[in-house]
Design a protein around this ligand. Structure first.
Ligand SMILES: C[S@@+](CC[C@H](N)C(=O)[O-])C[C@H]1O[C@@H](n2cnc3c(N)ncnc32)[C@H](O)[C@@H]1O
Length: 235
């Protein structure tokens, strides 16, 4: 059987995976990415904390004839990986806070891996964790799923990027500006801030004032990045 098709979101994840090295797909679930990579000759370790989810990965690998290149392991986060057996870890389609928990559970193991991360929310908090723990952003990408543009980024311990245009909400502006969806992502996120600000106005006084101020800060960052991008693309 042919290897499975990747959604544009998963294709954006695949595009940031380095060409060399064993890939651990943490939270592999349906197994499409793991099997797609194995179909291209890569060795993959598919990890999931849920037995039924992992069974989907194993079944797809068997159907596509790549079971010998996909090692399926039941367990929590990086725990099923032996030190040094994978060089790259992909965490995609989970919340940013869950990813932070997985990465911080075993910092020594995490530091040895190139990380490809595609959070569904709380991307800013995840980037903040990476920044505080000595990881640099090495690549930025975007992929569309169900009408939403999702961010994906690659990080590596000790590879601190120049940070000239970096913030924990948006990431590395220079790297992001190389992607054709960066501008559309900024428009999407500033629109989301405006919608949430309108809702925050209707909420309880103190909490909603704090929420409103945070959204205002985020909106200013997105608008600043849009103005910078317009100049950057002209020059
Ligand atoms: C929404 S699916 C995402 C599947 C795929 N990575 C994607 O991007 O489409 C999230 C998967 O992560 C798994 N998961 C959640 N927490 C986990 C953890 N701590 N360790 C391993 N897997 C986890 C869930 O069981 C689920 O199968």
């Amino acid at each position: 059987m042919k290897s499975p098709a990747l959604s544009p979101r998963m294709a954006a994840v695949a595009a940031l995976i380095p060409d060399e090295g064993v890939v651990a797909d943490i939270g592999a679930d349906h197994g499409r990415l793991a099997v797609w990579l194995a179909g291209r000759g890569r060795r993959v370790i598919a990890v999931d904390v849920s037995a039924p989810s992992l069974a989907k990965s194993a079944a797809l690998a068997a159907r596509c004839g790549v079971a010998d290149r996909v090692s399926c392991r039941l367990g929590d986060g990086m725990e099923p990986l032996s030190p040094g057996e994978a060089q790259i870890a992909v965490l995609a389609g989970m919340g940013g806070r869950t990813m932070e928990e997985i990465l911080s559970a075993d910092p020594v193991k995490t530091r040895t891996l190139q990380l490809v991360l595609q959070p569904m929310n709380a991307g800013g908090a995840l980037r903040g964790w990476l920044y505080r723990n000595g990881f640099g952003i090495m690549g930025e990408g975007y992929g569309v799923e169900r009408g939403s543009i999702r961010q994906v980024f690659r990080a590596r311990y000790g590879q601190v990027d120049p940070m000239r245009r970096f913030d924990c909400l948006i990431g590395n502006w220079e790297l992001a500006s190389e992607h054709p969806l960066f501008g559309a992502y900024l428009i999407q996120e500033s629109g989301r801030c405006r919608t949430l600000m309108a809702c925050a106005c209707r909420g309880r006084k103190e909490a909603s004032a704090r929420r409103f101020a945070e959204l205002e800060r985020q909106l200013a960052l997105y608008e600043g990045a849009m103005a910078w991008l317009a100049q950057h693309l002209k020059s």
